[in-house]
Design a protein around this ligand. Structure first.
Ligand code: HEC
Length: 165
C-alpha cells in the first residue's frame, strides 16, 4: 500500500514537471512570455545572429535604414580622417526606431532606451566640431551597445567603423 502510493506520487510529480517544461518551451517558441526578459533576448539573439536572416529580396524598413546609417558612418569616418568638418545637414538623424523591423519583438523598452542614447551621442557629435574623432567613436560605441543585445550579426562590421589613432 505504501509503495503503491509512493509510485503514484512520483508518477504524478514527473507528469507535472514534464507538462511544465513543455509549456515553457511553447512559450519560448511563440515568444509570448513576458515574465522573463532573458527569454525574450534569447529569441532576438537567434533571429539576428547574422546579416543574412533578413530576406535579401524584401528587407524591412528598419534594415534599410540601418544600411543607410552604416553607409553614412563610413562617409563620416572618411571626412573626419581628411580633417573635414561633418555637419548635421548633410547627415541628418535617421529615425530608425519608428519603422518596422524584421523581428518585431525587438521593440521593447531596452531597445528604445538604446535608441535614445544613440540619438544623444549622434547629436553630440555635431556639437563638438573640434573633437570629432572622439565624439564619432562614442556614436559607434552606441551602435555596438545596441547590437550586442539585438542584432549581433553586423557587430564585426560596425567595430571596423571605429577610428583608431
Ligand atoms: C537601438 C538599437 C540599434 C542601434 C543604436 C543601431 N542598430 Fe543597427 N540594427 C538594429 C536592429 C534591431 C537591426 C535589425 C533591423 C532589421 O532587420 O529590420 C539592425 C541592423 C543593422 C544592420 C544590418 C542591416 C541589413 O543589411 O539588414 C547594420 C549594418 C547595422 N544595423 C548597422 C548599424 C550602425 C552602423 C549603427 C550606428 C551608426 C547601428 N546599426 C545602430 C539595432 C540598432
Amino acid at each position: 500500500m505504501k509503495i503503491k502510493s509512493i509510485i503514484f506520487l512520483s508518477a504524478l510529480f514527473f507528469a507535472l514537471i514534464y507538462s511544465c517544461s513543455n509549456a515553457m518551451d511553447k512559450n519560448k517558441e511563440q515568444s509570448q512570455s513576458n515574465s522573463s526578459t532573458e527569454k525574450i533576448t534569447d529569441t532576438i539573439d537567434e533571429s539576428c545572429n547574422n546579416e543574412t536572416i533578413k530576406d535579401p529580396n524584401n528587407p524591412k524598413p528598419m534594415a534599410l535604414m540601418m544600411r543607410e546609417m552604416a553607409k553614412n558612418a563610413q562617409l563620416i569616418k572618411e571626412l573626419i580622417a581628411k580633417g573635414e568638418q561633418v555637419d548635421s545637414l548633410k547627415f541628418p538623424f535617421i529615425r530608425f526606431y519608428l519603422v518596422e523591423p524584421t523581428d518585431p519583438s525587438v521593440l521593447e523598452p531596452q531597445f528604445y532606451e538604446n535608441a535614445r542614447l544613440f540619438q544623444e551621442a549622434y547629436k553630440a557629435l555635431f556639437k563638438h566640431p573640434k573633437e570629432q574623432t572622439k565624439y564619432y567613436n562614442l556614436v559607434i560605441g552606441k551602435c555596438v551597445n545596441c547590437h550586442q543585445s539585438y542584432c549581433s550579426g553586423p557587430l564585426k562590421r560596425i567595430r571596423k567603423l571605429i577610428i583608431t589613432p
